[in-house]
Design a protein around this ligand. Structure first.
Ligand code: ARG
Ligand code: GLU
Length: 723
């Protein structure tokens, strides 16, 4: 029995621990040292120095962080930027109205003059990356509290930011890796004049919408185009009509030859957050407790919003972006749970923890240092659980109510005056005006009120009463536990849901508006809810979190020591990474095989005229009927999307998929549903990233939109056929 169990453990460990070729999000400057050999074995034809170099132009010079939440890449020497439609979504929506609806109809600038500026949007290049661990940790003693450690670290980082060599227009960013066991410094360049150049209609760019989101087989042309503008000196400059297209250090060549099964691919971008090294107890909480709660709340919100969006075109535009973002994580978490179950992800984490513990126990020095790490983490997480749930309720319910976000904006104005006097107030005023304008532009009071009614019921009924504000309970009592009534009463007691009124008062007499705001009933309630949360939850939660963070850092360090046979990659943290793999289908369920590429035929199969999700522009149907694919087709068919084993996550949206030579072959935009648990536990059997085939993008730009001016900017290549 015991032996059997040992074998089973060992087998599971093999699965988790002998790192798979495809797993990992690697730091570009370490590829030469850690990955180059394997990448070449997998078919790569360029060197690590072609990907990252600080001495010559390299692929990394064509990659940008797009607005801090997505990735983009330079695809012409006039710095045309390619990213996803869903990454450009807010910009496209911002310029859309019912009469001039770029979301619905698409947008194509015919010349530079028609390209539209986007306030607040920026792109950031990485100039160079440096290991600064010793500088950051030099004055950090062992055995100090997490707070003391953080303040020592912050001081050292501040010194680095001051003194590290860079040019005047460059910035310095220092980030922790491996839970703060290592630190890297990034020299960056940020451009803030980024203009919208082109976007397909949503019926192409978001074809299949939420039904198809996170799904394979996929048929979405999820792309949009922007351009970076710079000053006459080619340096970053604030928006100006005088600015000119930026001349980039590097732009990607675009391959017309596509990819075949098992071809090498790599994805270069800014993955946001993964949690590969958490102990099993933490992973268990995520998939058994937190994910299900958040899913339940979001389902309620989505149902309400969906009803209003279907009924009215203006509401559909207003809430499109909000709906998509609520829905996105909602669906992802469900896939995460499913994938963890199917691949026995939790059991694998447990097996890793047990092997860790066994190895530590067998080594006296380790046992002294690390023998208690896991038991302590276990105890900490058990205590942490109810607080982490309350945190979820706070962000998923209170954070979702737009009325409260509005109240909050006015509160920041009040605070600015109280803390920094008239000068502080005058400084904050334009910022708050701008934010409130943005919020009200897409605000529908009735939708918000109904969301409030639906979510508040869950909020109150699912939490310990001792964690809730007594004032909230008083309101609930007066409404006789009727949440519709509660919502009516609260929304009737305030003017905050009247955008016109608030905005005009803010213009005319902000002082009087703020005076009223102090006694606004909805705001009073909001403040009480918040203070109950900080007193009953946050104060305790923050302390626990910081102890957990210390222990996680130790556990990370210990894992790297104890599992010496493994090459570790740091969890994603929105810094530039390379991941590589192969083009490959998968088996989502027993006896079901998924091919690696979809074609326009599949788009037509899904086409439902007039449907909210699966309608198509007539022009695309015509092009399909005439098979007019130009040079972009492949043996008479039009490829649309493909999948591969590249290890990606949120933030990798808009990342380029590159072939063995470093040519652009695809645009990353999603993962397959069954494999979204790769954030916690990558499993090569079902984890796949989804990319739009670059030829589909070119086809849409050229044949569908007739924007051949954009195609003419690009460098198209034929690496396979050597034509
Ligand atoms: N799932 C993709 C991502 O995580 C696409 C999201 C946008 N599309 C959507 N239908 N919500 O960002
Ligand atoms: N759509 C995601 C994003 O916006 C990428 C999908 C994923 O999470 O892998 O970054």
């Amino acid at each position: 029995m015991k032996i059997l169990k040992g074998i089973k453990l060992f087998a599971l460990l093999l699965c988790t621990h002998l790192s798979f070729a495809d797993e990992g999000m690697w730091l570009p400057q370490l590829l030469g040292q850690l990955n180059e050999k394997q990448m070449m074995q997998m078919g790569m034809k360029i060197s690590a120095a072609d990907i990252y170099s600080i001495n010559k132009g390299s692929l990394k010079d064509a990659i940008v962080s797009f607005g801090g939440f997505c990735t983009g890449e330079v695809i012409s020497d006039k710095s045309l930027i390619l990213t996803n439609h869903h990454c450009g979504f807010d910009a496209i929506q911002d310029h859309s109205t019912v009469e001039r609806n770029y979301l619905r109809d698409g947008f194509w600038a015919r010349n530079h003059g028609e390209e539209i500026p986007n306030q607040g949007l920026f792109v950031t290049f990485i100039v160079s990356i440096h290991d600064v661990t010793s500088q950051v940790l030099k004055t950090v003693a062992t055995g100090i509290s997490e707070m003391e450690r953080q303040s020592a670290v912050d001081k050292n980082i501040a010194v680095l930011r001051q003194n590290f060599k860079r040019e005047a227009h460059q910035d310095i960013l220092v980030r922790p890796f491996f839970e703060g066991n290592q630190y890297f410094l990034f020299v960056t360049e940020t451009f803030r004049d980024v203009r919208l150049v082109g976007a397909p209609p949503s019926s192409i760019g978001n074809f299949g919408k939420d039904t198809d989101n996170w799904m394979w087989p996929r048929h979405t042309g999820d792309f949009s185009l922007f351009r970076i503008y710079a000053g006459k000196d080619n340096k970053p400059a604030a928006y100006s009509t005088e600015n000119v297209p930026y001349k980039p250090k590097k732009s990607l060549s675009v391959s017309l030859d596509g990819v075949a099964e098992n071809d090498f691919t790599m994805v270069f971008g800014f993955p946001g957050r993964t949690m590969q090294y958490l102990p099993a107890v933490a992973v268990e909480q995520i998939i058994r407790l937190n994910d299900p709660v958040k899913i339940g709340i979001r389902e309620k919100a989505l149902n309400v919003i969906d009803g209003y969006m279907r009924a009215d075109e203006a509401t559909r535009i207003q809430y499109a972006s909000k709906y998509a973002s609520i829905q996105n994580a909602y669906k992802k978490w469900q896939g995460e749970i499913l994938g963890m179950e199917r691949t026995k992800g939790l059991e694998k984490k447990r097996a890793r923890d047990s092997v860790f513990q066994a190895r530590v126990n067998a080594n006296p020095a380790w046992k002294m240092k690390w023998g208690q790490v896991l038991p302590e983490l276990e105890a900490l997480y058990r205590k942490f659980a109810p607080y982490s749930l309350s945190r979820d309720y706070q962000s998923e319910v209170i954070g979702r109510v737009e009325l409260f976000s509005i109240a909050n904006q006015l509160n920041t104005l009040i605070a600015a005056r109280e803390n920094n006097g008239e000068a502080g107030f005058q400084k904050a005023l334009p910022v708050v005006k701008e934010r409130l304008n943005m919020i009200y532009k897409d605000y529908h009071p009735e939708v918000d009120k109904q969301v409030f009614a639906a979510l508040m019921e869950t909020y109150v009924n699912s939490q310990e009463k001792s964690m809730l504000a007594p004032e909230l309970m008083a309101w609930v009592d007066i409404a006789g536990m009727d949440y519709q009534k509660l919502a009516d009463r609260i929304y009737n007691s305030t003017d905050l849901d009247n955008g016109q009124l608030i905005l005009s008062q803010l213009e005319k007499d902000p002082g009087a508006l703020l005076e009223n705001h102090r006694s606004d009933k909805a705001n009073e309630l909001f403040l009480k809810i918040n203070s109950a949360y900080s007193k009953e939850v946050a104060s305790k939660l923050n302390g626990m979190q910081s102890t957990i963070n210390t222990m996680l850092r130790t556990y990370m360090q210990a894992q790297m020591e104890v599992f010496k046979e493994k090459t570790f990659y740091p969890d994603a943290n929105s810094t530039l990474r390379v991941t590589y793999g192969k083009v490959k289908g998968y088996e989502p369920r027993n006896a079901v095989q998924y091919a690696h590429t979809t074609y326009l035929e599949g788009v037509m199969e899904k086409y439902v005229p007039g449907d909210y999700e699966f309608d198509l522009p007539p022009k695309l149907v015509e092009l399909y009927n005439s098979k007019d694919y130009g040079k972009y087709g492949d043996s008479g068919k039009m490829p649309v999307c493909f999948i591969g084993t590249n290890h990606t996550t949120g933030g990798n949206s808009g990342s380029p998929a590159l072939d063995a030579h470093g040519n652009l072959v695809g645009l990353n935009f999603d993962r397959v549903w069954e494999g979204t648990m790769s954030d916690l536990n990558y499993d090569p059997s079902i984890c796949r990233n989804i990319m739009v085939d670059i030829r589909y993008i070119l086809f849409i730009v050229d044949k569908f939109a007739g924007a051949s001016n954009l195609i003419a900017e690009m460098k198209l290549v034929h690496p396979k056929s050597k034509r």
